[in-house]
Design a protein around this ligand. Structure first.
Ligand SMILES: [Zn+2]
Length: 345
């Protein structure tokens, strides 16, 4: 067999013409149609498309259209072409289903791995380099949003406010980034019992949470945890993480709808909460801080237990509740009690 069959698209009519191809003489390809009409194509004028798996190959001749035919070693004998390395590699991949499946698997694995570990690691590095001005700017927007609709002046007595401020100042003194931390006590019936740290160091605690935690010791345990979020820059990190995931999803699925940092922060703080990793990090920081101030992490466990008791079972927590973002789960209580026993965070 030194003959091939193909379909000739001559570029003038849309109809394909069945043709037979053979070498008429050295250097000339004879193209013969069903009527027996022969056309001689000098090999030097023909370009052969690269081999790509089992896809048909194209012989193109300027001004004469192209002939499509099944791949065959004859084509390479007639028209030896120097395929580039990339073409050869693409062909090699195309021919190996396992390689394709493996490549798809590696892509998925890489993406998942990047989202799971790469994004948080990257967010940590980036967050550490974000200037304070950016943290302040992002936080200011959140504060405007919050204060307009949710926050009112606290109803705590001036004495209690002053005492809490003194205790908080004592708690965080000499801690990293302490100079940026400010305690804001607010009345927030719309938000309910909650505490949260903004990226610029403002730590909010609501009258509603004060009512639930009871003692100052318990409140300081909450504040130590929130200070941990600030020290570890969780606000910025979480915002960066969620925007990078959106961005990455956008890159993968072709829809880059920008979600700015400022837009994602309120959602992060009030509904999603921080990631479990961030919560554990803030807890561990809180245990260490309480001990450095001569307090026991037991206060932390007590606070969680008390919160648990004050939330009746089966009652749906509001999306904004402190308990929905800081579940007093047995794991956290155990960790606090272990820290209280061993004296280590
Ligand atoms: Zn937290």
């Amino acid at each position: 067999m030194n003959e091939l069959t193909g379909q000739w698209f001559d570029g003038r009519s849309s109809r394909a013409l069945g043709v037979r191809l053979r070498l008429a003489m050295p250097g000339v390809l004879r193209v013969e149609d069903a009527q027996g009409d022969a056309h001689d194509w000098p090999l030097a004028e023909i370009t052969l498309s690269p081999r790509l798996g089992s896809t048909p190959r194209m012989l193109r001749r300027h001004g004469h259209g192209q002939i499509e035919c099944a791949d065959s070693p004859l084509l390479d004998a007639w028209l030896p072409r120097h395929s580039s390395r990339i073409e050869a590699f693409a062909d090699w991949l195309e021919r190996r289903r396992t390689a394709i499946a493996l490549a798809a698997f590696v892509t998925v694995l890489t993406t998942v791995g990047f989202v799971q570990f790469g994004v948080p690691a990257l967010a940590r590095v980036v967050a550490e380099r974000i200037p304070q001005a950016v943290e302040r700017h992002a936080s200011a927007q959140v504060v405007v949003l919050l204060e307009r609709s949710h926050l009112a002046p606290t109803q705590q007595s001036p004495d209690r406010q002053a005492r809490l401020q003194r205790e908080f100042a004592h708690l965080i003194q000499d801690e990293p980034r302490a100079s940026q931390m400010q305690l804001r006590i607010v009345d927030a019936p719309g938000i309910g019992a909650n505490a949260f740290a903004l990226p610029d160091g403002r730590i909010y605690v609501t009258d509603q949470l004060l009512a639930q935690v009871g003692s100052d010791d318990a409140l300081l345990a909450v504040l130590a945890h929130e200070a941990g979020h600030h020290v570890h820059r969780h606000g910025m990190r979480q915002a960066l993480e969620s925007s990078s995931v959106f961005l990455l999803a956008g890159m993968l699925f072709g829809d880059v709808s920008g979600s700015s940092l400022a837009v994602s922060i309120p959602a992060v703080l009030l509904s999603n909460g921080f990631s479990r990793g961030h919560e554990r990090e803030a807890d561990a920081y809180a245990f260490g801080l309480l001990e450095r101030r001569g307090r026991s992490p037991q206060a932390f466990a007590d606070m969680l237990r008390r919160l648990e008791r004050s939330s009746p079972k089966g009652r749906a927590e509001g999306a904004a509740g402190y308990l929905s973002t800081h579940p007093p789960n047995p794991e956290r209580i155990r960790a606090a009690e272990a820290a209280a026993l061993t004296g280590a965070p």
